[in-house]
Design a protein around this ligand. Structure first.
Ligand code: SF4
Length: 279
């Protein structure tokens, strides 16, 4: 069995930064009054580890006592979170990825210039919800076929969720160009995502089987899975080593191993060891 690990495996820059900030905050605050709304990043192990360090997960700001510390997650938070936190006198530790903040700024700029902002992203994903919170009239599109429904739009700017598929974004752009007179494309898919998408394509072509490792909640992991499956139907998505079904592999297999941007290296190592130790 030959295992080829992706060079991009492990945390991306934004996830690494967010986790380091949360851990540092947990250490310095001595586990007192420390809260987060939702998951810092989409990985169950990371979330569990931070909970053990004393960061309590809640669903809304109203559950956090006045004067406590609030850690904001990597995918970004809507402006209302900052306003409500100020009102409740919370100390805010902002772990938003700088690339995500950049997307907020760009979208706001174009909207202020009078352009309709079209967001290519998953409607229910926190990054998209947060971004839309900054805009007056955003239009979210999940699939290029939705472009057909657009009416009376003279000029628009297309902005992408940071973990979207570049191929899908370009397909959407083509469809939008048929409906909208002036269309500007801002490629806000982050470089880390683009690198992983390119790597999964290469791996999918040269491997017998592909293992995608990451949480079911992780949008970038899902994207890697979808891209890989189109090229290589023997693509499997697992969250951790315990999900690995060794029966599907044969000793002569060449296996490509790639992780989502929020998958810890320990999990990738456990998966690799389980594969190597199969009888
Ligand atoms: S995938 Fe990109 S935008 Fe998202 S957290 Fe990582 S570096 Fe930031």
């Amino acid at each position: 069995m030959i295992i080829k690990e992706a060079k991009t495996n492990g945390f991306c820059f934004g996830v690494k930064k967010a986790i380091a900030l949360a851990k540092k905050t947990a250490k310095t605050s001595q586990k007192k009054n420390l809260y987060i709304i939702g998951d810092i990043v989409h990985n169950e192990k990371v979330v569990r580890d931070l909970e053990l360090m004393g960061i309590k997960k809640v669903n809304s700001i109203s559950e956090i006592p006045s004067g406590a510390t609030l850690v904001l997650k990597a995918h970004g938070s809507p402006p209302q979170f900052y306003q409500q936190a100020r009102k409740r006198r919370l100390k805010v530790i902002d772990a938003t990825c700088p690339m995500v903040k950049e997307i907020h700024k760009k979208a706001l700029y174009w909207e202020k210039q009078g352009w309709r902002v079209i967001v290519f992203g998953d409607r229910t994903h926190e990054e998209v919800i947060a971004l839309c919170g900054y805009l007056k009239k955003p239009l979210v599109i999940e699939k290029s076929k939705e472009a057909k429904k657009i009416k009376n739009c003279q000029r628009a700017v297309l902005i992408c969720q940071s973990t979207q598929s570049i191929d899908e974004a370009l397909n959407l752009l083509k469809e939008l160009a048929k409906k909208i007179k002036e269309i500007v494309f801002l490629n806000t898919i982050c470089q880390e995502t683009l690198n992983r998408q390119q790597e999964v394509k290469n791996l999918a072509k040269e491997s017998d089987k592909i293992l995608i490792i990451g949480s079911r909640k992780s949008a970038n992991t899902r994207r890697l899975y979808q891209i890989s499956r189109k090229i290589n139907p023997s693509t499997f998505w697992i969250q951790e080593a315990s999900n690995l079904n060794l029966d599907i592999f044969s000793p002569s297999d060449k296996i490509g191993l790639i992780s989502g941007a929020s998958t810890p290296r320990e999990i990738i190592k456990e998966v690799k060891n389980k594969l190597l130790n199969r009888n």
